[in-house]
Design a protein around this ligand. Structure first.
Ligand SMILES: CC(C)(COP(=O)(O)OP(=O)(O)OC[C@H]1O[C@@H](n2cnc3c(N)ncnc32)[C@H](O)[C@@H]1OP(=O)(O)O)[C@@H](O)C(=O)NCCC(=O)NCCS
Length: 215
């Protein structure tokens, strides 16, 4: 598993390429997976129908637990993860904040002393991108999108999408907050008290990060 790390302000960001473990020619899963994941993580992964989805779920928890265990000097399997009202996982005492995302062959993980949200999306075309923006995003975001050259609009859409998703994931609000509640386009470095950045993502992927200083 190839892992690429970068640090942005207080946040450690990790992109892990799990492609070798996916698809018809998949490699055997890491031999210490069993000793790293508690039964709850296995049960969660078992709910997915497709093997690749189960593998993504298992390997993202594997990476998360190993990283948290390393930071806290505790056995990864012993770490209890709780979920907030909208499902955002956190440690009970919030010694460290984290968030993860997975798409295609990559898992993105953000770890910080500050609250964080991260999103990664494989580049792909959305036929109804413009319609989706018009119906759900803010006027400023729609204006920013329309300023982008036609040939770059597929990427521009995913830039907007990942920035908004990272912000909403940082806030832990999920879909309870309408998407036009706050703008997160790239001309803004911050929104509603949160810092937002487009990340240097692996080729073929877009990724964004949001964080804010704890209270
Ligand atoms: C729950 C939600 C965050 C999942 O997003 P997704 O794109 O399917 O999945 P990602 O791979 O990015 O993230 C999944 C991980 O986020 C974490 N997560 C779950 N609920 C979360 C929440 N409410 N807030 C932050 N993180 C959450 C989990 O760790 C989850 O992985 P795991 O279940 O394997 O532990 C998403 O449905 C959501 O509510 N998004 C917010 C706003 C939105 O609708 N954006 C659309 C584009 S602008």
């Amino acid at each position: 598993m190839r892992i690429c790390e970068q640090t942005l302000a207080s946040v450690q960001v990790l992109f892990a390429d799990i492609g070798d473990y996916l698809g018809a020619e998949a490699s055997a899963l890491p031999s210490d997976l069993d000793e790293t994941l508690p039964p709850a993580d296995w049960a969660k992964a078992e709910r997915f129908y497709f093997r690749d989805d189960r593998v993504r779920a298992l390997l993202s928890r594997y990476l998360l637990r190993r990283k948290l265990g390393e930071c806290l000097n505790r056995p990864p399997r012993s770490l209890r993860l709780e979920a907030g009202a909208q499902g955002k996982p956190h440690l009970p005492a919030r010694e460290i904040e984290f968030n993860l995302s997975h798409s295609g062959s990559f898992v993105a993980l953000a770890i910080s002393e500050d609250e964080v949200g991260i999103d990664i999306e494989r580049q792909r075309a959305f036929e109804d991108a413009e319609q989706l923006l018009e119906n759900h995003f803010t006027g400023d975001e729609i204006r920013w999108f329309r300023q982008q050259p036609d040939a770059e609009r597929a990427v521009a859409f995913l830039i907007l999408w990942t920035r908004k998703e990272a912000l909403y994931k940082a806030m832990g609000k999920g879909l309870s907050l309408p998407l036009d509640h706050v703008s997160a386009h790239p001309n803004l470095d911050s929104a509603a008290g949160w810092q937002i950045r487009t990340l240097q993502a692996p080729p073929g992927y877009l990724s964004a990060l949001a964080w804010r200083k704890g209270n």
